[in-house]
Write a protein that binds this ligand. Structure first.
Ligand code: RTP
Ligand code: MG
Length: 135
């Protein structure tokens, strides 16, 4: 199995709920290592750049507004199959459809305020890690 790195973001709703630690514990218990991290208030330009792939989607403006509504906790997770493992821990985008015990099932409010982001493929993981942490 490959050792991968993935970008994870604890979104403003979960930071406001004071559950950064509980979410990081889930990553750690699943064998993912936090190899870089910081708490940051995103600017509008940073949020728009990060979600540029969704620029034409109807939810883009709401998504950007939400992502700048408060600080986010951004981290790089490393481990075996880190990208898929993180997506599994997160659960489905819509918390109503997320499997019981997943981060979104337990901490997310709605499809908009859904607690966490995780890269969805090796290519996007590399781009997203470089976007926030450089090479
Ligand atoms: P993420 O990128 O944040 O890890 O989430 P994801 O892969 O599960 O979902 P994606 O399709 O990449 O969408 C990015 C974020 O946009 C918001 N969204 N809203 N209202 C809607 O229909 C809708 N669809 C997506 C969510 O916050 C989602 O996480
Ligand atoms: Mg996505």
């Amino acid at each position: 199995m490959a050792i991968e790195r993935t970008l994870s973001i604890i979104k403003p709703d979960a930071v406001a709920k004071n559950v950064i630690g509980q979410i990081l514990t889930r990553f750690e218990n699943a064998g993912l290592k936090i190899v870089n991290a910081r708490l940051q208030q995103l600017t509008r330009a940073e949020a728009e750049g990060f979600y540029a792939v969704h620029k034409e989607r109807p939810f883009f403006n709401d998504l950007v507004e939400f992502m700048i509504s408060g600080p986010v906790f951004i981290q790089v997770l490393e481990g075996e199959n880190a990208i898929a493992k993180n997506r599994e821990l997160m659960g489905a985008t819509d918390p109503k459809k997320a499997a019981p015990g997943t981060i979104r099932a337990d901490f997310a409010e709605s499809i908009d305020a859904n607690a966490v982001h995780g890269s969805d493929a090796p290519e996007t993981a590399a781009v997203e890690i470089a976007y926030f942490f450089g090479k």
